[in-house]
Design a protein around this ligand. Sequence first.
Ligand code: SF4
Length: 369
Amino acid sequence: MTNKSRTHLTTFSDDLLEWAKRHGRHQLPWQNPLTPYRVWVSEIMLQQTQVTTVKAYFIKFMSHFPNLESLANAHIEEVLAVWSGLGYYSRAKNLHKAAKALLEHHDGAFPKTIDALSALPGIGKTTACAISSLSFNQPDAILDGNVKRILCRIYNLHEWPGTAKVQQKLWSLAQSLMPKKDCQQYTQAIMDLGALVCKPKSPLCAQCPVQSWCKSFELGQQATLPIKKPAKPKPTYAIYLLLLFNQKQQLLLEKRPDTGVWAKLWSLPQLNRNQQTNDIFFQEFKTNLEGLKSIKQFKHSFSHYHLDVVLKSIELPESLTKQIVMENRKWVELSALNGIGTPSIVNKCIKFNELSKKKPDPLLANHHY
Ligand code: SF4
């Protein structure tokens, strides 16, 4: 908690509960009456669907299956037909399986421990805690998407909440805020806070009952939280790009394949940098790669990967240029480059080559590529 919060005479849950009495949601279809069966069905429906959509489906579901027995004894086809339109049908199948398991192994009653609830099909830890706190008034904190967002903001947690380590931290923070009594009201209140005030995009901090507990609000960082899933790192491929000139100072260009990056454009000869590079270069250009001058090393990025480019250059003697196979290749005057379809990297490489005549790349000074 923030230093500011330590001076509070109320707790986080006191402030939240007080607000929820007047501003929380008290007319959701599954709240009246609030039974374990109705809480369970609503929680399963809410796993992947918004409250506004769930309301009508919940009422329809209850009119077909008003209690556990009616659901357990129904045919699965009937359950799926009533579920139809909500999507993620495995949820309906699991509801049906769990209803049968509750009748067979728990005498038709919901068990009261988190472990036993979590052992039922389709019930994860947060759903088990929701059933336990909302139906049995037990101090079992939930950790759904709303609560994760609220906690990241309250504690100014700049870590992506998807990792096991951060989840563990969030579970313990969630539990630390859970009061010992009024657990049903608290769980509903924190859900309401996430839905009505601490919204994903624009939190309504001015109306927030727990603003004074909120570290990210205090620091003005709430809009940046929670941290989004980090993008997968792009792979980097190490290549050579070659500036091969003939005796007339013409540059060798190669036509790129019909698909892939720079498709069908005329680009510089390119080789992957690996153990076979020297041999491949010799086969193609009848000279050794070591004879080329290293001009520049630079990174070139595409949407899905990076190229780590080492640019090399040489002026080939006529005896060698005559031996180069010219299929999909041509010699081009530098002045004529603009009239040819080339990727921008060709001009970039030519500029690097010009610059290197004045000032060599210090990164390459001590390297032998
Ligand atoms: Fe969320 Fe703003 Fe309240 Fe912090 S002050 S909990 S960011 S609504």
